[in-house]
Design a protein. Structure first.
Length: 153
């Protein structure tokens, strides 16, 4: 169980078309996560939450109040073949103020509820694959599509 924002279906559909045009779909193959699982995480995970944890985390979610933000991804990174983890990830340069504020609101509520262990810092990103086995190690720039940035709320 964790806190995250999901991109709108229209954005995911557009992203899949763009990834296909870039050859990324072929490169990632079956390691590409299904688009409906793409997300921007705002906390770490509790893998086997108890009923008490689930109830408490639902109350945490009810108390989070922050403005939405829009993320604009401009590159695809990965994998680093020298690293133990072979991630392929959408990234943005910088960290928008609204993103920092939203993350701080989530962290504050988690900490207040005693969930410090999952109230960690994250950067704007969407992981596309954790087990990317292709030989590409480059970072690819992508031009964001007008009107196709990801709202996070």
């Amino acid at each position: 169980m964790f806190f995250a924002a999901l991109p709108p279906a229209a954005w995911s559909k557009d992203a899949l078309q763009r990834f296909n045009a870039l050859g990324l779909m072929l490169e990632l193959g079956t390691t590409l996560f299904p688009a409906e699982n793409w997300h921007q995480s705002f906390s770490e995970r509790i893998f086997d939450p108890t009923t008490r944890d689930r109830d408490a985390l639902l109350r945490v979610g009810d108390r989070i109040s922050a403005h939405a933000c829009t993320l604009l991804f401009n590159r695809i990174e990965g994998p680093d073949l020298a690293a133990p983890k072979q991630h392929c990830t959408l990234r943005a340069y910088g960290k928008p103020t609204a993103f920092k504020d939203l993350l701080a609101a989530v962290q504050h509520q988690l900490t207040d509820a005693g969930f410090d262990q999952i109230a960690t810092g994250v950067n704007p990103h969407v992981t596309l694959s954790y087990r990317h086995h292709a030989r590409s190690t480059r970072s690819r720039s992508i031009r964001p599509s007008p009107g196709r940035s990801i709202p996070c709320a």
